[in-house]
Design a protein around this ligand. Sequence first.
Ligand SMILES: [Zn+2]
Length: 340
Amino acid sequence: MSHRSGSLSRREFVTQVALASGGLVLGERLLANEAQKPTAAEPDKALIAISLDLEMARNFPTWNDTHWDYEKGNLNAEMKRYAVEAARRVKARGGVVHFFLVCRALEQENVDWLKEILQAGHSVGNHTYDHVYLLAAKPEEIQYRFSRAPWLIEGQRPAEVIRENVRLASAALKTRLGISPAGFRAPGGFADGLTNRPDVQKILLDLGFPWVSTKYPAHPNSEPGVEPTAQIFDGIVKAQTAAQPFVYPSGLIEIPMSPISDIGAFRNGKWKLEHFLKATRMGVEWAIANRAVFDFLAHPACLYAMDPEFRTIDLICELVGKAGDRAALVNLETIAQRAK
Ligand SMILES: [Zn+2]
């Protein structure tokens, strides 16, 4: 992101850029995934994904909230309700939602809402266990939880902590939901993805992920609270070419996130909903016109506060519906098939 970080420290910035990711699903869900594969075989279609990261987010629902930095997986009722309703709406329009879960949420008493989402054919991927920073060089950069409670990771190198945190998330998905993760999304997006980090690519390949979503390309944004100009909207559309899937030399597939995210718009830019709708519309329309990929990224924890009427998600469904044969609403697994 050309995301201005303002006066934030790098680690705060990384968290602010926070985003969220996808694998194989068992039983009847596998059938749901299979049913989508014919889409991937049609290279003349734009592939539009709605990906929602399931985690709590600083500054939402109220600006002074920072507590969630330490407990990103302690999902509240409003966030869960928003996720379930978003999934219902998208399915009613013939699509699917690709969720990425901060898997500490699987310590919560009731996970029926996630089972319901899976049974309806949506995907749930690995977003690490605690929302850890994959590129951390020092222990204190990994996650706020471990800064406050360093004994939890004492004596371990950052790379070990990160590998274990991703592994734990997959183990929790298997144990609590009976699924393998539908891919992986990196907490925080990286402007170059994992291009310069073959070591991290190897960790993710070793943990069984054929594809990941870690790249969030640089794009212009307005000063906080200032209405975005036409140039900013155009710059965000231009960034879509840098948000197309590709394969790293290691063989790992990258499915970038398409700017602008809800966090980029509502936290970093302090945008109004109308502006987020406009940027999303322009990005999706560009993808449809170019038969390209658009991977919409948002967080129910942010949207339930900023877009309580689901207008952004409804807009994407409507644009894809109007495009007819030229576009399809798919999960990231389908996009990965085409990228291969
Ligand atoms: Zn995230």
